[in-house]
Unconditional design. Structure first.
Lengths: 240, 86
């Protein structure tokens, strides 16, 4: 990189830093939030949504519309990557890694799956939620591709299944949103389907269902991204 | 606790610097993974377990796998996906 480019980069970065510092100093003091929405959420979140985890309550109840937008962004990314990368649908695969790694991951993978499901379904009780658990579920497909070869991934968990899972997750989310309108409320309002006492698994209205929908959507979407990237990588090793 | 916090902050800066300075991409990816893991600990210390979980899963797990795949595809040279149809 030449010297003028260096000077240009330093100039741009220092301008960006000054802009960020100025806008950071314009932020209100943390003690000025006394009568703002933050107190409302902290005080009334449990009675209004039934979710012990306030972050999940905000993400999938108060601001569920934003989460819908984020899932749409993921959907757009998946569509773009698949459009760019998958010109051939046939799987070409390596034979995976050694026998020891295959056996070890054969024992580990069910527990990784269980952990992902736990993170998704307990999103309203403990840290986590649809996004995090969904990425863990997507990691299982990555393990399949790397450890057992993408041929195995194609056979056990085909692209059709992934597409089906992603679409059904998105449809569950949007369907819950339209159920709110049909029942006479707002789009994506909390339907109070599960109304056990706060702190149990079957509580928090429709938040667990939205968690499950987002979890399957994100997991299958990331699996599709990884599969469409890896499917031609090991081309020379094919002698199946 | 406060000493641990500043130590971790120094490590975050060190790993970020090392990740951008190495010529070898593989080492950069590994340093980026370490960066994510230290950042996870920092989020946990600051009482944000949700963000910590997301950072651990996405930053340390998924990013590393995807970057490794990209590296292996770019290094293939003549078998690269972008040159196959020529």
């Amino acid at each position: 990189m030449s010297k003028t480019k260096h000077i240009f980069a330093v100039l741009i970065l220092s301008l960006l830093g000054i802009t960020l510092l100025v806008s950071l100093s314009k932020l209100p003091n943390q003690f000025e939030y006394a009568n703002s929405i933050y107190h409302h959420v902290v005080n009334n979140s449990i009675t209004e949504t039934g979710s012990l985890n306030f972050v999940t309550a905000i993400l999938y109840d108060y601001r569920a519309y934003d989460s819908l937008g984020e899932s749409t962004i993921i959907f757009g990314a998946v569509s773009g990557i698949v459009l760019l990368l998958s010109r051939k649908t046939l799987p070409v695969s390596s034979h995976g890694l050694s026998f020891i790694v295959k056996r070890t991951f054969g024992m580990l993978t069910p527990f990784i799956f269980l952990f992902g499901i736990y993170i998704i379904t307990h999103g309203h009780l403990s840290p986590g939620g649809g996004f995090q658990g969904g990425v863990i579920l997507g990691a299982i497909s990555i393990i399949f591709s790397i450890v057992y070869g993408s041929e195995f991934d194609y056979k056990r968990y085909s692209p059709t299944t992934k597409t089906l899972l992603e679409t059904s997750g998105a449809l569950l989310f949007i369907g819950l949103g339209f159920m709110g309108i049909l029942l006479g409320g707002n789009f994506l309002m909390n339907l109070n389907i599960l109304n056990a006492e706060v702190g149990s698994l079957l509580s928090a209205g429709s938040i667990p269902f939205i968690n499950i929908g987002i979890g399957f959507k994100i997991g299958a979407g990331l699996a599709i991204i990884f599969y469409s990237m890896i499917q031609k990588t090991f081309k020379e090793e094919v002698d199946l | 606790m406060i000493i641990l916090k500043y130590l971790l902050l120094i490590f975050v800066m060190a790993t970020a610097y090392l990740a951008i300075t190495f010529e070898e991409e593989l080492i950069s990816i590994i340093f980026l993974s370490i960066f994510s893991i230290i950042l996870t600990t920092l989020y946990l210390i600051h009482n944000a377990p949700d963000v910590a979980l997301a950072e651990a899963v996405i930053g340390a797990g998924l990013n590393t796998a995807i970057f490794m795949t990209v590296i292996s595809q770019v290094r293939e040279g003549k078998d690269s996906i972008f040159r196959e149809d020529d």
